[in-house]
Design a protein around this ligand. Structure first.
Ligand code: DX5
Ligand code: ZN
Length: 216
C-alpha cells in the first residue's frame, strides 16, 4: 500500500489545526513534521512545543523529520512530545551517536527512521538497517519546500529497496522533496512506499483527488 505524508511546512500555520484535521479525510496516512535547527540546514522551522500541540489534535500519526545537528540530544523529548515516528539524518552525528539515537527512539516505543541527503550514498544506511523502521531518501537538499525533484536519486532508492526486501522486510521506504503526481509514480516504480508531499498537497485544488491519483 502506498502511503502519503503531507508536509505541514507548506500548511497555513495560522490555521494549522484546520489544515491538519483536513488531512485524514482527504486520504493522508501520516502528518509529516519538518523540524529544522538552522545548523544542519539553513532554515529554522518548528520545534518541541509545536510538535506537542500538533500531537494533541492530530488524528493521524506524526512522522517527525529531524533536520537537526546531533539529534541524540533531542530524540527522547520528541518521542515524549508525541511523535510516532522519529527520523534522524545519518549525516548529523558520529556513527556511535547515530546508533544510540535510533536505539533511544526504539526504547521509547516509537518507530525509528534514518534519512540520507542527496549527496550521501545508499551504503550509509546499511550499518543501521536492523534498527530502522523507515529509511527516508531525500529527493531535494533538505531545508525548504517547493524545490525541484531530483530524479537522479532513483538508483539510490532502488538499491535501498533491494536491501530492505532482503534484510529488513517491513521497513518503510520514504521519499521527500518535489513529489507531485508525476514524480510520485517514478518514486513508486523505484520502490518507495511512503511519499512526502508539501507544496503539491497544500497547493492542490482538491487534495483528496491528489491523494487518489498518487495512490492509484
Ligand atoms: C524539505 C522538507 C520537506 C518539504 C517538502 O527539507 O524535508 O518535507 O516540506 O516539500 P515539497 O513537497 O514542497 O518539496
Ligand atoms: Zn521532510
Amino acid at each position: 500500500m502506498i502511503k502519503i505524508a503531507p508536509s505541514i511546512l507548506s500548511a497555513d500555520f495560522v490555521n494549522l489545526e484546520r489544515d491538519i484535521r483536513a488531512l485524514g479525510p482527504a486520504g493522508a496516512d501520516y502528518v509529516h513534521v519538518d523540524v529544522m535547527d538552522g545548523l544542519f540546514v539553513p532554515n529554522i522551522s518548528i520545534g518541541l512545543p509545536v510538535v506537542k500541540a500538533i500531537a494533541r489534535i492530530s488524528p493521524l500519526p506524526l512522522d517527525v523529520h529531524l533536520m537537526i545537528d546531533r539529534p541524540l540530544r533531542y530524540v527522547e523529548r520528541f518521542c515524549e512530545a508525541g511523535a510516532d515516528l522519529v527520523t534522524i539524518h545519518v549525516e548529523a552525528d558520529t556513527a556511535e551517536h547515530t546508533r544510540q539515537a535510533l536505539e533511544t527512539i526504539r526504547a521509547c516505543g516509537r518507530k525509528a527512521g534514518l534519512s540520507v541527503k542527496p549527496g550521501t550514498p545508499a551504503e550509509a544506511v546499511l550499518p543501521y538497517l536492523e534498527l530502522c523502521d523507515l529509511i527516508l531518501v531525500m529527493t531535494v537538499e533538505p531545508g525548504f519546500g517547493g524545490q525541484k525533484f531530483m530524479a537522479d536519486m532513483m538508483p539510490k532508492l532502488r538499491t535501498i529497496r533491494g536491501w530492505i526486501d532482503e534484510r529488513r522486510p517491513g521497513c518503510e521506504l520514504e521519499v521527500d522533496g518535489g513529489v507531485n503526481t508525476e514524480t510520485a509514480m517514478v518514486c513508486r516504480e523505484n520502490g518507495a512506499n511512503v511519499l512526502v508531499a508539501g507544496s503539491a498537497w497544500f497547493k492542490a485544488p482538491d487534495p483528496a483527488a491528489f491523494a487518489a491519483a498518487v495512490k492509484a
